[in-house]
Ligand binder design. Structure first.
Ligand SMILES: [Zn+2]
Length: 294
């Protein structure tokens, strides 16, 4: 991987750690398209994913993904009669099964459509009006489906849908390159809200936060302003107004400035002296050395 891209991916994963609590080893759900494409381009899965995600990874396929792979394989007219499984499907020792326990209305375990299964795991089964979020900290590894699959009725683009769930890192294989997507709109929104909360807790205190909570939802502009740093001076002003007697503050400030200047001068002189001494010593050592050689 090129250094620039690698650095970018490390930053993205650091952001997932900070904003969504991702931790190593990362749990990566591989879909059938990913397995097929990675195999076609001879990519060692574990190594490539760990390089891309900058961390230890545990790879999984869901029960429904496996069912899809095996169903397609059974239908494949080109398969060798004695072949038990497709070449692109890694053994369970490499990529174990993730039991997804999908049940129908009668409570029986059933196989879901692969994309629906993955999205269900990624969304963490939200209750009622709860927003879908990736509670289990899964990472999705996907690739473009084959054309006939895309044309199938009821086809779901799992990558596109996964972007609507906040906190889902998405890896996908495009030709021979493994790519880590940048934050989706949903993830970015949650991250910004989180940052804003930390910011207000740290600088403005709890009173302000409570007020802010009351008028949630009207703060898109404020978000942008915070990111640009435009509200910086305003916020500092608010803090100063709440602070101690301004007279005492001013007194302190004058004192520290003087001290600082003195310190600065002394420091500078000392440094200059030291530097000079260092230089002399160096020269004398050289001279000595030369003398010793002679
Ligand atoms: Zn499933």
């Amino acid at each position: 991987m090129r250094a620039k891209r690698s650095k970018k991916y490390r930053k993205i994963m650091q952001s997932y750690q900070l904003a969504f609590g991702f931790r190593e080893p990362y749990q990566v759900l591989l879909d059938s398209n990913f397995l097929r494409t990675a195999h076609a381009f001879h990519m060692p899965l574990q190594k490539y994913l760990e390089n891309t995600l900058h961390g230890e990874c545990r790879l999984f396929v869901t029960k429904c993904s496996l069912a899809k792979v095996m169903a397609d394989f059974e239908k494949d007219p080109n398969k060798h009669p004695r072949q038990k499984r497709p070449g692109f499907l890694p053994p369970p020792t490499e990529v174990p099964l993730r039991h997804c326990k999908h049940k129908n209305e009668a409570g029986e375990e059933v196989v879901f459509d692969e994309a629906r299964c993955l999205l269900d795991l990624l969304a963490g089964q939200p209750h009622g009006n709860e927003q879908a979020k990736n509670k289990q900290h899964y990472i999705l590894a996907s690739a473009d489906a084959e054309d006939n699959e895309r044309r199938r009725r009821g086809y779901i683009d799992v990558r596109e849908r996964a972007r609507t769930i906040s906190g889902v890192p998405i890896v996908y294989v495009k030709r021979s390159v493994m790519i880590l997507e940048e934050f989706s709109g949903a993830s970015e929104g949650v991250r910004r809200r989180g940052e804003k909360e930390k910011f207000s807790e740290g600088l403005i205190g709890l009173d302000r936060k409570r007020k802010r909570g009351d008028r949630e939802g009207d703060s898109e502009d404020e978000d942008l302003a915070l990111e640009d740093g435009n509200t910086g001076p305003k916020v500092r002003g608010a803090v100063r107004a709440k602070g101690p007697n301004p007279l005492s503050v001013r007194k302190k400030k004058v004192k520290t400035t003087q001290d600082g200047q003195q310190d600065g001068k002394e420091g500078e002189q000392a440094k200059r002296k030291r530097r000079r001494r260092g230089k002399n010593t160096g020269e004398s050592v050289q001279a000595d050395g030369a003398a010793a050689v002679d």
